[in-house]
Design a protein around this ligand. Structure first.
Ligand code: IVH
Length: 664
C-alpha cells in the first residue's frame, strides 16, 4: 500500500511539474503522448485506490458536477479597483502626489500591463489550490473554483518552498485575440451567437455552471496582486512577483521596474505604442509603488489604493465607410438612425452597426451615406462615430434625413423632447409591441421562463397585441404555430400562469414605463402599495419620493393617463394580477428594524436569496459589522466579520438558526 501511495505521489508531482513547463515556461521536456500516458496511469491508480485521490491531482481539473448556481465567496481583504490617469500629465501628477505623501525625492515603481479581462482571486491553503472567486462587488464574489481548476496555467499545488499557510493571489483571466477569433469562428459554424469581444468571451466562459464547457474555452491567466498571506514578509511588490514565478504562477512578461518619473512615462508611451503587437487586449498600464512598506504608509481610500494608478490608453479608433443608414424602433417608439458600416475590427470586436442617435447629431457632424468616418470603441462602451474624414469624401455621398413615417408600421412619426427625438405615433406599432412584450416577460420583469424567444412568433401570428393578452393564450392556439409542440405550449402556459404571483415592483418594472427601471419600480411599490393607487398618483406626491425627479414623475403620469395603457392594466387586473406591497404586514414582521450582516458560505441560500428573505421580513441586510448590527449570519469559512461580531457581542446565527427565523 505504501508503495502505491508513493507511486501516486510521484506521478502527481511529475505531472504538475510538466504542466508548469508546458503552460508557464512554454518549454516542455516530454511529448504530449508521454504526458497523457502518465496521466492515464495516475487516473487508473486513483480509481483503484480512491482514498489517495487528492485536490491537487492533475486528474481533478475536470469532471466536477454541474452547479445550480455559484455560491458567494467573501474576500478576506476587499478586492479594490484602481483610480485612473487619463494621460501622461495625470501620471506625473500622481508621481508627485506620492513623493509628497511619502516626503521623499524619489520612489521606485513597478509598471504592469492593464489586462482587459476578468479579475479573480485564487486561494491556496498550505500550498494546495482550494478555492477561487470572481471579484464581484469587491467584497463578495462568486465561488467559481471548479471553473478555475480547468485553466491549466493555474497550479493546483505550489512548487518550491516558502509556502504560506494561507496564500491569496489575484490576477486577470483573459482570452488572447487569436483564440478569440477561433472561438467565434467555431461558434459561427455552429450557428451559435458570437461573443462581442475577448473580455465578454472570458467572462461568459468563467460563469458557466458546467465546468466541461469552461474547460473547452482557451482561458489564460496572469497573476499581479495578493490578498491575504500568512506571515507576509515581502519587502517589495517586485519580490512578490519573483516569488510568484517560483511558486509556478504565470506573471506578465512586460512587468518592469521603473525607477523614476521619466521611466514611468517612457513605459506608458511604449506600451501604448506596442499594444497592437501584444497577443491580447490591454487598455492601459498599471503603476504600483514597489516598496510594500511605502504602500502601507500610503494606504487605501474606500475603493482604490493610494499607491497605484491605471494609466489609460486613448480608446482605439479605426477608419471605415458608412454603407447605408436605416432606422431602429425601440420599446418606447423612439426612432433612432443607425449606420451600417463596412465591418471593421476594433480591439477584438467587429463593428458593423453604430447608432447615430438623432438627426441633430447627424447634421452637426455632417454625416452622409458613403462617407469615411472615424469610429471609436472604448472597452465595453457602445461604439461611436467620432467624425467624418472630409478629405476622403467623394461625389457619391448622400445626405440622410430621418423619415416622416415609422419604418415599421408607416404611422406618422412625431417630434418629441423639443424636436430632439422622433417617435412613432402608433402605440400598437408591432416594433414597439414586440420589444415591450419581450421586456414584460424578461427575467427581471415577469420572469416568464423561455418566453423571450417566442414572443416575436406570437406577435407575428397576431395571437397577442398587448401584454395582457398573454394571459388569454390557449394551448390549442399555440400548437398551431411552427416550432410549438404540445409540451412546449403547456410549459409556456404554465409559466405565464405562474407569473401572476409576481411582486408589485416587478409588475411596475415589467410595464416598461419610460425612465422607470428596477430601482424606481421598487420606490413606487413601496410608496403606493398597489397598482390602483399608482394609477391615481399626483405630481407632487411623486417628486416627494427621494430619488424621483420631475422628469421621471412626468413620465409616470403620462404613462398612467394614456387610455391604451389603462385598458391593458385593467385587463391585467381582470386576470387577477394585482399584487400588493405589504406595508401592513411589515409592521407585524419580527425582523422589522433589525440589521443583519451575512458572512461565509451558506449551503442552501445564495447571498441574494438570503438578503431578500431578510428584506421581505422587514429587516435590513448590510455589509459591515458595527455596533448597530443585530445579527451576524455566519456560514462556513467565516473570516474577519465573525471575529469582529464576537468582539462586539453581536448575536451570531448559523445557517439552521437563520432558516428557523422564517419557518414559522
Ligand atoms: S492591481 C489594488 N494590476 O483592473 C490593485 N489590476 O481597476 C488592484 N487589472 O479589478 C488590482 N491588470 O481586474 C491590477 N496589472 C494589474 C491589472 C489589474 C488588470 C484589473 C483588475 C482590477 C481592475 C482595477
Amino acid at each position: 500500500m505504501e508503495n502505491i501511495k508513493r507511486k501516486i505521489l510521484k506521478l502527481k508531482d511529475e505531472l504538475n511539474r510538466h504542466n508548469y513547463r508546458y503552460y508557464i515556461l512554454n518549454d516542455p521536456i516530454i511529448s504530449d503522448f508521454k504526458y497523457d500516458e502518465m496521466l492515464r496511469e495516475l487516473e487508473a491508480l486513483e480509481n483503484k485506490y480512491p482514498k489517495f485521490k487528492t485536490l491537487d491531482s492533475p486528474t481533478q481539473r475536470v469532471g466536477a458536477p454541474i452547479l445550480k448556481f455559484f455560491k458567494p465567496l467573501e474576500h478576506r481583504t476587499p478586492m479594490l479597483s484602481l483610480s485612473n490617469a487619463k494621460d501622461q500629465n495625470e501620471i506625473v501628477d500622481f508621481y508627485h502626489r506620492i513623493l509628497k505623501l511619502l516626503k521623499l525625492n524619489n520612489v521606485e515603481f513597478v509598471g504592469e500591463t492593464k489586462l482587459d479581462g476578468i479579475g479573480v482571486e485564487l486561494i491556496y491553503e498550505n500550498g494546495i489550490f482550494t478555492a477561487g472567486a470572481t471579484r464581484g462587488d469587491g467584497y463578495i464574489g462568486e465561488n467559481i473554483t471548479q471553473n478555475l481548476r480547468t485553466i491549466r496555467q493555474i497550479p493546483l499545488k505550489l512548487l518550491g518552498d516558502n509556502i504560506p499557510e494561507i496564500l491569496e493571489v489575484r490576477g486577470e483571466v483573459i482570452i488572447s485575440n487569436e483564440n478569440f477569433q477561433e472561438l467565434n469562428r467555431n461558434r459561427e459554424n455552429k450557428n451559435e451567437p458570437l461573443f462581442a469581444n475577448p473580455r465578454n468571451a472570458a467572462a461568459g466562459s468563467l460563469r458557466q455552471l458546467d465546468p466541461k464547457i469552461t474547460e473547452k474555452r482557451p482561458l489564460e491567466i496572469y497573476i499581479y496582486a495578493f490578498g491575504e498571506i500568512t506571515d507576509n514578509n515581502f519587502e517589495t511588490h517586485w519580490d512578490f512577483l519573483k516569488q510568484l514565478k517560483k511558486w509556478g504562477f504565470p506573471t506578465n512578461p512586460y512587468n518592469k521596474i521603473l525607477s523614476d518619473e521619466k521611466e514611468m512615462i517612457k513605459y506608458f508611451n511604449k506600451m501604448e505604442n506596442d499594444r497592437n503587437t501584444l497577443p491580447y487586449d490591454i487598455d492601459g498600464i498599471v503603476l504600483k509603488v514597489n516598496s510594500l512598506d511605502h504602500q502601507n504608509k500610503l494606504g487605501t481610500r474606500t475603493r482604490n489604493p493610494r499607491w497605484a494608478i491605471a494609466g489609460k490608453f486613448k480608446p482605439k479608433q479605426e477608419i471605415t465607410q458608412i454603407i447605408s443608414i436605416d432606422e431602429q424602433v425601440g420599446r418606447t417608439g423612439i426612432i433612432t438612425p443607425v449606420a451600417n458600416l463596412k465591418p471593421v475590427k476594433i480591439s477584438g470586436a467587429t463593428i458593423s452597426r453604430v447608432t447615430l442617435h438623432n438627426q441633430d447629431e447627424i447634421d452637426r457632424k455632417d454625416i452622409r451615406i458613403n462617407d469615411f468616418v472615424i469610429v471609436e470603441r472604448a472597452g465595453d462602451v457602445i461604439p461611436k462615430v467620432i467624425k467624418v474624414i472630409k478629405k476622403k469624401r467623394t461625389n457619391n455621398t448622400k445626405t440622410y434625413k430621418l423619415p416622416k413615417k415609422c419604418p415599421v408600421c408607416n404611422s406618422p412619426a412625431i417630434k418629441i423632447e423639443n424636436g430632439a427625438l422622433l417617435k412613432c405615433s402608433n402605440i400598437s406599432c408591432p416594433a414597439q409591441l414586440k420589444k415591450s412584450i419581450e421586456h414584460f416577460v424578461s427575467k427581471k420583469a415577469m420572469d416568464i421562463a423561455g418566453a423571450e424567444a417566442t414572443m416575436n412568433l406570437l406577435v407575428e401570428a397576431k395571437l397577442i397585441s398587448n401584454v395582457a393578452e398573454l394571459y388569454d393564450l390557449k394551448e390549442e392556439d399555440l400548437v398551431e404555430l411552427e416550432r410549438f409542440g404540445k409540451k412546449s405550449a403547456q410549459n409556456l402556459i404554465k409559466s405565464v400562469d405562474k407569473s401572476k404571483n409576481t411582486s408589485l415592483q416587478k409588475l411596475i418594472y415589467a410595464l416598461g414605463i419610460p425612465n422607470v427601471g428596477e430601482y424606481t419600480s421598487k420606490l413606487l411599490a413601496k410608496k403606493y402599495g398597489n397598482f390602483k393607487s399608482l394609477l391615481n398618483a399626483k405630481q407632487d406626491e411623486l417628486v416627494e419620493i427621494e430619488d424621483i425627479g420631475p422628469i421621471v414623475a412626468e413620465s409616470i403620469l403620462t404613462f398612467v393617463k394614456e387610455e391604451k395603457n389603462i385598458k391593458v392594466i385593467n385587463s391585467l387586473f381582470q386576470h387577477e394580477i394585482n399584487p400588493t406591497y405589504d406595508n401592513s404586514k411589515n409592521e407585524l414582521q419580527k425582523l422589522k428594524n433589525k440589521t443583519f450582516v451575512l458572512t461565509g458560505t451558506l449551503e442552501n441560500y445564495t447571498r441574494d436569496k438570503a438578503k431578500s428573505l431578510i428584506e421581505n421580513a422587514g429587516g435590513k441586510a448590510t455589509n459591515t459589522v458595527s455596533k448597530k448590527t443585530d445579527y451576524l449570519i455566519a456560514g462556513s469559512n467565516s473570516g474577519t466579520k465573525l471575529k469582529k461580531a464576537k468582539k462586539l457581542n453581536i448575536k451570531i446565527l448559523n445557517e439552521s438558526e437563520f432558516k428557523n427565523l422564517f419557518s414559522e
